[in-house]
Design a protein around this ligand. Structure first.
Ligand code: ATP
Ligand code: MN
Length: 482
């Protein structure tokens, strides 16, 4: 029976026969005996295989090179060497796949992240990336578990959409028309009536609007799917294709929304701590090494594990946008003119402002609420009785150390007339949103929701520095390889 290395390393009975299959990380030793570090992806830990060279065909021994895939039958024994508790004395070895060790792109040495991105097809075989992707799985699972255990239904909003309400210009078009010779209307514009869907369609930038439709029937729903944004921002925090988690909750106000997001984030981070101890320990060491390379003032004050434990056990700071602006204006950082972008009421907070609040001022996660209406989406609930020009909406952004915005959410405007007037104000054609508006006509209710970028969460939990390194095959401007 084939056992995986994670199981094998947990065995307490030795002198048993086992079969193990995996990829060779390294081989060292003498002419008499070889020590092979074998990894099968089930854990970051390698299993040591001890091979008496004379017992095997010389061609087999030669083929055991870095990157090769082998199957080994042998006896599991207590290890005599240090560094591992058990090892396998090989009796039978089969070479499943040879690897030309000189040409194998993943050499047993440190490679740069840029180099590994160029070799994204093989980088999951490194310690760092296998750890990252196991954590990715655990977090995805934890997200489903959290919602399932709390009465939410997994709701599939569409990936192809004809609504361009959210942010036209940042969308990827979906079309089967001939790009060099599309059918045209009399005015020269492309005639999308002849396109596949009979309308102009794009890849979704958010599943929220359709998510709200689910919440208005099932009560509590969440989406967890791919999201696409054609924004040309080449940053370490933006992907063109990323995964988003978007719960929508009927009968939740903004306070309930904040309680949920805090509880949820703590739960999934705690889940990773409980279920990925080896991987996180490895990533913690890696994070410490990376931090050492940074300038003193840019270094994180906490280690990775320390940060994760801190989040789980401390309350998030909650304050309004207006209070945050006050703090920024009164900061010595501002007085010394150290912010690149202007600080004043009404601005869309820049990453430097968000990070100042989280990393320097509060030193913990922050939930900011009540943003100026003018900088937020049309569907956010408007606060009442405010001074003209100072109107705010019940938005909430969750800001995390090292990341900035990790969640954007709000209470939704459930009042038909108010929503309509906002739609007209921002110049959206209500015809496109008739179905969304219908929920406000037929049995509307207070409701809320938020969007969490899965890869932003991944950045935080793994301590990786670039969003391209927490998804197997990143899509960014000028890059859709693999
Ligand atoms: P940002 O200001 O950081 O670009 P946003 O305001 O555009 O974020 P929202 O539209 O509120 O973000 O999207 C919800 C969440 O999706 C964000 O809080 C973030 O976690 C994530 N997100 C947004 N854009 C991207 C992207 N291009 N790549 C990865 N995650 C993203
Ligand atoms: Mn954005």
């Amino acid at each position: 029976m084939k056992t995986n290395i994670k199981q094998i390393l947990g065995f307490s009975e030795f002198d048993r026969e086992i079969t193990v299959k995996g990829w060779v990380r390294t081989r060292r030793g003498s002419s008499n005996v070889s020590f092979v570090a074998l990894n099968d992806g089930s854990t970051i830990k390698n299993l040591q295989i001890v091979i008496e060279n004379d017992n095997f065909d010389v061609n087999i021994i030669k083929a055991i090179t870095t990157g090769a895939c082998i199957a080994v039958e042998g006896t599991l024994v207590k290890s005599q060497g240090s560094g591992q508790t058990c090892e396998v004395l090989a009796k039978k070895i089969e070479i499943l796949g040879e690897s030309d060790a000189d040409k194998y792109p993943i050499q047993p040495k440190a490679h740069t992240m840029e180099y590994l991105r160029e070799n994204a097809h093989l980088r999951p075989r490194t310690n760092t990336f296998s750890a990252v992707f196991r954590v990715r799985h655990a977090l995805a699972f934890a997200i489903h578990k959290y919602f399932n255990d709390n009465g939410f239904f997994y709701w599939h909003s569409p990936i192809i959409t004809a609504s361009d309400a959210e942010g036209a210009g940042q969308m990827f078009h979906v079309s089967t028309l001939n790009p060099t010779n599309p059918p045209k209307n009399e005015d020269g514009a492309i005639n999308y009536k002849e396109d596949f869907f009979g309308a102009e369609t794009s890849l979704t930038v958010s599943g929220q609007l359709e998510g709200e439709l689910g919440a208005m029937a099932l009560g509590l729903i969440y989406t967890f799917g791919p999201t696409f944004r054609a924004e040309n921002s080449n940053t370490a925090r933006h992907l063109a294709e990323f995964w988003m988690i978007e719960p929508e909750m009927a009968f939740y106000d903004i306070q309930d929304n904040m309680d949920l997001v805090e509880n949820f984030l703590k739960y999934v981070i705690h889940y990773a701590l409980e279920n990925c101890p080896d991987d996180l320990e490895f990533l913690d060491k890696r994070f410490a090494e990376e931090e050492k390379k940074k300038k003193q003032e840019e270094r994180s004050e906490m280690g990775l594990l320390e940060k994760l434990n801190f989040i789980v056990s401390n309350q998030f700071e909650r304050l309004t946008y207006t209070e945050a602006i006050e703090i920024l204006l009164n900061s010595s950082h501002h007085k010394k003119k150290k912010f690149e972008f202007e600080v004043k009421w009404g601005i869309d907070l820049q990453s430097e402002h968000e990070r100042y609040l989280v990393e320097k001022h509060f030193k913990k996660p922050v939930i900011l609420t009540n943003y100026p209406k003018a900088i937020k989406a049309f569907y956010m609930k408007q606060n009442e009785g405010e001074e003209v020009g100072k109107e705010t909406v019940r938005a909430m952004d969750v800001l995390f150390p090292g990341i900035g915005e990790i969640v954007g959410g709000s209470q939704r405007e459930e009042n038909y007339d108010k929503l309509m007037s906002r739609i007209n104000e921002v110049g959206i054609d209500p015809e496109n949103l008739w179905w969304y508006l219908d929920t406000r006509k037929f049995g509307t209710c207070p409701h809320s929701g938020f969007g969490l970028g899965f890869e932003r969460l991944m950045l935080f939990v793994t301590g990786m520095g670039n969003i391209r390194d927490v998804i197997p095959f990143p899509r960014t401007p000028q890059n859709a390889k693999f």
